[in-house]
Design a protein around this ligand. Structure first.
Ligand code: SAH
Ligand code: SF4
Length: 408
């Protein structure tokens, strides 16, 4: 390839805008890398939040966007605050139920907008109370969402993508190609539809005693490869005048997209979970292929600088226990060494099999012995009880039948 292609040379100014040029080399690298990730993510954008009849989806819009929509139809921007209350606090989907808004305006709003929910294709409840929904969206793409009850509370495990680009070898979702990212409305919609299912509207006062008390972003997909949408969705969910779930009750799990981890900590401040699963690069390269890009040392460095990580707010390291692969005592000791200066807890997840999966679950003795090493070193290391296995709702078992639409 000729060196001089004849194209105008890229000026340093264009290549590195002012703000970026003054950053530390590491941050600079990350800033460039983030741009690359965002550009790639945009290739998998969801379809526009608009119905065939032209009505627009209000769910998923930021407050300012709703205010701008109101102005555009000749209404006062304060209507946005009222709508926000009805949509996210009261949970209504029908403008006619909004009794602080006069009938003519209700009708006008209904002509222009909708307050949607994902469609429910199936809803199954496991013998242990775990509930799983197969949601479908306007373009017929589908994802699964799981509610895991725990006495008077419970966590909703939400999905962020249809499929996943990363092919972790133990994960069912990883066998499904990435079809597309979910939109803000589709992410928030999973939570709202689950709340519909439990009748938990209006938003309960305070955070105690809620059935849907926590969110784990651990469903299908890699959330940090759909950062813009998950960030906007969580911002809506955390808003005090709506669903009002605090960031302390939200945990985002990543397989280790290092450049986006800093941003997630700075902008969202939610709890972080990291899918580690191996204590050396050779094995992690194999089972979590993203490790070839962001190896263990870089990943742990990003954990060390994760804003807000402290002994009170530890980073969760997820470790799926694969029989004879990563479950030896030596590896448990190595894990202790790796996590030495990180406020951490370890979640040991017995491998959940799926049709055709290539691994076996570690024996209960192996899991116990592994946990003991961690406990002796002072790490809380709960063994995650598999939930909802009978309905394929446990970690790593989610997969939908839809395939990637043929791309032009
Ligand atoms: N993509 C993100 C979030 C979704 S996966 C991530 O990988 O972190 C949620 C968790 O389930 C991850 O820790 C994942 O490694 C784990 N997991 C995947 N397949 C599993 C399986 N078959 N059994 C147990 N855990 C699994
Ligand atoms: Fe994707 Fe997470 Fe599954 Fe890996 S474990 S394939 S990152 S969903």
């Amino acid at each position: 390839m000729p060196i001089d292609s004849g194209a105008a040379p890229i000026t340093p100014h264009k290549a590195f805008p002012q703000a970026i040029r003054h950053m530390a080399p590491e941050a600079l690298l990350n800033a460039e890398e983030r741009e690359r990730i965002r550009a790639k993510s945009a290739l998998f954008d969801p379809p526009a939040a608009r119905l065939e009849d032209g009505r627009r989806e209000l769910v998923g819009m930021r407050r300012e966007e709703i205010a701008a929509e109101m102005l555009a139809i000749g209404e006062k921007p304060f209507r946005a605050k009222q709508l926000w209350h009805w949509i996210y606090h009261q949970g209504v989907t029908d403008f006619a139920a909004m009794n602080t808004i006069a009938n003519p305006l209700q009708a006008k709003l209904a002509e222009q907008f909708v307050i949607g929910r994902p469609g429910v294709t199936t809803e199954q409840t496991s013998s242990d109370g775990t509930r799983k929904w197969l949601f479908n969206f306007r373009d017929q793409q589908q994802v699964e969402t799981v509610y895991i009850p725990d006495h008077d509370r419970g966590a909703l495990c939400i999905s962020t993508q249809v499929g996943c680009t990363l092919s972790c070898t133990f994960c069912h979702t990883g066998t499904q190609k990435l079809v597309r990212n979910l939109s803000v409305a589709e992410i928030v919609g999973q939570f709202m539809a689950a709340r519909d299912s439990y009748g938990e509207w209006p938003t309960p006062k305070g955070e105690e005693g809620r059935r849907l008390s926590n969110i784990v972003v651990m469903g299908m997909g890699e959330p940090l490869y759909n950062y813009e949408n998950i960030a906007a969705a969580l911002t809506i969910i955390m808003d005090h005048e709506g669903i009002a779930l605090s960031r302390r009750r939200i945990t985002l799990s990543t397989s280790g997209v290092v450049p986006m981890m800093d941003l997630c900590g700075q902008e969202l401040g939610v709890n972080l979970a990291v899918s580690l699963h191996a204590t050396n690069d050779a094995l992690r390269n194999e089972i979590v292929p993203l490790n070839r890009k962001y190896p263990i040392a870089e990943l742990l460095a990003a954990c060390r600088r994760y804003p807000g990580a402290s002994n009170a707010r530890r980073i969760t390291f997820e470790y799926v226990m694969l029989r004879g692969v990563n479950d030896s005592i030596a590896e448990a000791h190595e894990l202790v060494r790796l996590l030495a200066d990180i406020p951490a807890k370890v979640n040991l997840i017995p491998f959940n099999p799926w049709p055709g999966s290539p691994y076996k679950t570690s024996t209960p003795e192996a899991v116990r012995a592994f946990a003991e090493v961690l406990n002796d070193a002072g790490y809380s290391s709960p063994i995650r009880r598999p939930r909802g296995r009978d309905i394929l709702a446990a970690c790593g078992q989610l997969k939908t039948a839809t395939e990637r639409a043929k791309r032009a």
